[in-house]
Design a binder for this molecule. Structure first.
Ligand code: MG
Length: 302
C-alpha cells in the first residue's frame, strides 16, 4: 500500500467509523466517500488568459467555466485596487496571487536598486493584502539583473534574513511573499522547488512561502511529485502551462501530463490555486476551454 492509498483508506475508514453501523454495512457509501475526499482543484487565470477585452468580460468567462482565482500583475497594483475590487464584487472569484511587478531585486549589489525593490515590493504587498491575495510572487534575481550578489552561503544567509523581514511586513498586511524558482536560462540563482522550500524553512516565517511552475519544473525537476511533495506546508501557489512551448495545457500534446504533480498536491491537501501562466497558438476560446477540460480530467485521474 502506498502513502496515498494509506491516507485515502485511513480517512475513508474514519468516515465510515464516524457514520456508524449503517455505513459499515454499505460498501457503496464507503466507495463514494473515497471519491469525494479528493481535494478541489481550484483554477486561477492570469489576466491575459481568458477571452474578453474588459475585466468584467474576462470574469464573466471565468465564472461560466468555474475558474475561481484571478492573478493580476503587480505593477501599478495599488492604483488598481478599487477597479479590481469593484469588478470582483458579487462574483465567485477571488484574487489568487499577485505576479511580481516590483522594481529592482532583492539580491541587488547596488543599494539604490535594492531600495527600489524594498519600496515597490512593499507597495505591492500592501495592495495584495487589500485584495485578499494569498501572496506576492517574487524571483530573487533574474540572470539579466546585475550586479547581483554572488551565489554563496553569505548571500543565501542574507536572502533568508531579508525575506524574514519581508515576511513580517506581509503578515502585517494579511498576505505572504512567494518565492518562484525558474529554469536556469532565466534565473540560475533559484531553480528548484525544494530549494525554495528550504529557504522558506530557514526564514522560519509564516509570511515566506514558495511555489512551483510546471513549465519551469519541466526543465529543472527530476520528479513533479517529489518537487511539490518536498515543499509541503511552504507551498502557496502553482503555475501551469504546456510543457514544451509554454502555451495552453494540451496544445503540446501527450507531453502535457500533470498527474504526477497533481497526485502530490492531492496528498498534501493543497487548497490554494493552480494558475494559468501561458500563451496560446490557437483560438483562445477553444484552447482555454480544452485546457480546462484536460487538467480537470488529469486531476481526477491523479
Ligand atoms: Mg511562473
Amino acid at each position: 500500500m502506498n502513502r496515498r492509498d494509506f491516507i485515502v483508506r485511513s480517512a475513508a475508514g474514519l468516515a465510515v467509523a464516524a457514520a456508524g453501523p449503517i455505513a459499515l454495512s454499505c460498501g457503496a457509501k464507503a466507495q463514494k466517500s473515497e471519491t469525494t475526499m479528493k481535494p478541489e482543484l481550484k483554477i486561477s487565470f492570469q489576466e491575459g488568459i481568458p477571452p474578453g477585452e474588459t475585466l468584467s468580460e474576462k470574469f464573466d468567462y471565468m465564472e461560466r467555466h468555474g475558474v475561481t482565482g484571478f492573478e493580476p500583475w503587480g505593477g501599478g497594483l495599488a492604483d488598481r485596487v478599487p477597479e479590481i475590487k469593484s469588478a470582483l464584487e458579487g462574483r465567485n472569484i477571488e484574487v489568487s496571487a499577485i505576479c511580481a511587478g516590483f522594481d529592482g531585486f532583492i539580491l541587488a549589489e547596488e543599494p539604490q536598486v535594492k531600495a527600489a525593490f524594498d519600496r515597490t515590493m512593499r507597495e505591492i504587498i500592501a495592495a495584495a493584502g487589500q485584495l485578499g491575495s494569498t501572496g506576492v510572487i517574487m524571483v530573487p534575481a533574474f540572470n539579466g539583473q546585475t550586479p547581483c550578489k554572488p551565489h554563496t552561503q553569505a548571500t543565501r544567509d542574507n536572502l533568508v534574513e531579508e525575506l524574514a523581514k519581508l515576511g513580517d511586513f506581509a503578515v502585517e498586511n494579511g498576505t505572504t511573499v512567494i518565492l518562484e524558482p525558474l529554469m536556469r536560462g532565466e534565473a540560475f540563482y533559484l531553480r528548484q522547488v525544494a530549494d525554495a522550500a528550504s529557504i522558506c524553512r530557514d526564514a522560519a516565517n509564516i509570511g515566506v512561502k514558495c511555489m512551483g511552475d510546471f513549465w519551469h519544473m519541466t526543465w529543472e525537476e527530476t520528479s513533479d511529485y517529489g518537487a511539490f511533495f518536498s515543499a509541503g506546508e511552504h507551498l502557496q501557489h502553482v503555475h501551469i502551462a504546456s510543457r514544451a512551448n509554454r502555451i495552453m495545457p494540451g496544445e503540446d500534446g501527450p507531453s502535457d501530463n500533470y498527474t504526477d504533480g497533481f497526485r502530490a498536491l492531492q496528498e498534501l491537501g493543497y487548497d490554494k490555486w493552480v494558475s494559468f501562466e501561458c500563451g496560446t497558438r490557437g483560438e483562445r476560446e477553444e484552447t482555454v476551454t480544452a485546457a480546462l477540460e484536460l487538467i480537470r480530467r488529469q486531476w481526477e485521474e491523479a
